[in-house]
Design a protein around this ligand. Sequence first.
Ligand code: 2BA
Length: 106
Amino acid sequence: MKLVLAIVNKDDGDEVITALSDSGYSVTKLASTGGFLRSGNSTILVGTEDENVENVCGIIKEKSHARTELIAHTSFFPNMLSSMPVEVPVGGATIFVLDVDRWEKA
Ligand code: 2BA
């Protein structure tokens, strides 16, 4: 048994959970916040048998799109602070696969 934990852009979250559910997987979506951009993303949890992991990861990757986001970057020039937008690449998906020691539904 594995837990697939994937962080995706919040704009892709609904499409990812719809595709996973349509393929028969139980899925949970959590609202989360990235530490660098401090903007919202979605964390997807899927508990599944080992043999399904590649398929689950494939669905997540297919539905998660790479994009760029703008952040304000503050630079210090002599005697003045300047803020300029900088493009940061984000995603598609950051995926972790964890071993599950125990799985219960009570
Ligand atoms: P954020 O932490 O908001 O990061 C957004 C994007 O900013 C990252 O995209 C990466 O391209 C860039 N970035 C992050 N830290 C940076 C730094 N110190 N310097 C320069 N650029 C930096 P992704 O790598 O696609 O990550 C998207 C989101 O996935 C992250 O949002 C974070 O919420 C999560 N994530 C990524 N790697 C992770 C990890 N090792 N552990 C936990 N969460 C992770």
